[in-house]
Design a protein around this ligand. Structure first.
Ligand SMILES: *Cc1c(COP(=O)(O)O)cnc(C)c1O
Length: 390
């Protein structure tokens, strides 16, 4: 694809073909992997496009440009993890700058923001962003950065990005959206008014559960350049091999998402109708409180969902040992289906009290729905649910 074509292309084409057949050395169709840490100067006082791998690497930059284009941003920085992507943004703050984050944000995000605030690197406030009055009151404290996560983990609470971003901007804050749970195949926050998009590329963007990585996309070139410089200062750029593998994963993002979303919808309907299940949290269900907003701001409902078992903790234990095709493991977004028990796994560190406040009960299970056949996934769940009532 040529530079002029890119703005006109469907995002699906960008994911599949960005950088394909761009190799000028040998005409390789698949972009090559550049592992070299250092680059030859053209001559005295004349560096080439690249000089040192911490500052820039062609493989990493290609992935960054592909994701920035997909998200509709001006540029991006690929980092070593989702956490280092968030920290790249937080690292640019000053000691009195306030970060306004969701009260039910990703656990690692909460830990990082609290740790930075405790050390005086910024201050932080957690607020229920679906509570209009609470959000408006928090904006009066003039935050520098508002962090949004939608859908949230694990209850899939959905917030209106365009509305929150407009309010945050009105209060002079920059807006960052963690888009990890949906990917740009389903949601593009920059179009909705965000200044930055963050991803744990570990999840859907790579999609194969074999790379830890992250990215920050900036809406403007100036911000993209500032972040790129800062990533060089602190040295958090992603490894070239990881970038290469993530770009390979990205090729199939739209196809994976389409299938996985369909599977998730089927699983949600199946669970909703099952007597051993007391509640299902999936924005694709009309019963979900965020259904209307999700229908408006997303192109689909994603492949993450959670549900409560009617039988309590004992049922959770029985289900976990009897379920098939859903591996009991943390993380999400890969081609393989996973089941997690938030209270003892992903959200154990939160403590019982905070979990109760957030509505994360001990009989809640979270599913990352993969690419297996719908029929087998339902049979696998059936095996788990049948064990609950034995
Ligand atoms: C996994 C995850 C992160 C952290 O990413 P890592 O790649 O594990 O560092 C951040 N936000 C969300 C929503 C996540 O799911």
């Amino acid at each position: 694809m040529s530079e002029q074509d890119i703005p006109l292309l469907d995002p699906q084409t960008i994911a599949a073909a960005f950088g394909v057949a761009s190799d000028t050395a040998y005409g390789a169709v698949v972009p090559p992997l550049y592992l070299s840490t250092t680059y030859e100067f053209e001559g005295y006082g004349k560096p080439g496009l690249y000089d040192y791998g911490r500052a820039g690497n062609p493989t990493r930059d290609l992935l960054a440009d592909a994701i920035a284009t997909l998200e509709g941003g001006a540029g991006a920085v690929v980092t070593s993890s989702g956490m280092s992507a968030l920290d790249l943004l937080v690292g640019g703050l000053r000691c009195n700058d306030l970060v306004l984050a969701p009260h039910d944000c990703y656990g690692g995000t909460m830990r990082l923001l609290k740790a930075r605030a405790e050390r005086g690197h910024c201050s932080v406030r957690f607020v229920d962003q679906s509570n209009d009055a609470a959000f408006a009151a928090a904006l009066e404290e003039m935050p520098k950065l508002v962090l949004i996560e939608t859908p949230s983990n694990p209850l899939m609470r959905v917030v209106d990005i365009a509305m929150l971003a407009a309010q945050a901007r009105g209060a002079g804050a920059a807006v960052a959206v963690d888009n990890t749970f949906l990917s740009p195949a389903v949601q593009r926050p920059i179009r909705l008014g965000a200044d930055y998009v963050i991803h744990s590329t570990t999840k859907y963007l790579n999609g194969h559960s074999d790379v830890i990585g992250g990215v920050v996309v900036a809406a403007t070139l100036a911000e993209a350049e500032r972040l790129r410089c800062w990533a060089n200062v602190v040295g958090v750029g992603g490894a070239p091999f990881d970038s290469w593998a993530t770009l390979r994963g990205l090729r199939t993002l739209f196809a994976r998402m389409a299938f996985q979303q369909n599977n998730a919808m089927a699983v949600a309907h199946y669970l909703e109708a099952h007597p051993a299940v007391s509640r299902v949290y999936y924005p694709g269900l009309a019963s979900h409180p965020g259904h209307a907003i999700a229908s408006r701001q997303q192109q689909g409902f994603g492949a993450m969902l959670s549900f409560e078992l009617a039988g309590g903790v004992e049922a959770v234990q029985r289900f976990s040992s009897a379920v098939r095709f859903f591996t009991l493991a943390e993380s999400l977004g890969g081609v393989e289906s996973l089941v997690a028990h938030p209270a003892t796994m992903t959200h154990a560190d939160m403590g019982e009290e905070a979990r109760a406040v957030a509505g994360i009960s001990d009989n809640l299970l979270r599913l990352s729905v993969g690419l297996e056949a719908e029929r087998d996934l339902i049979a696998g769940l059936e095996a788990g649910l049948a064990a609950c009532s034995n």
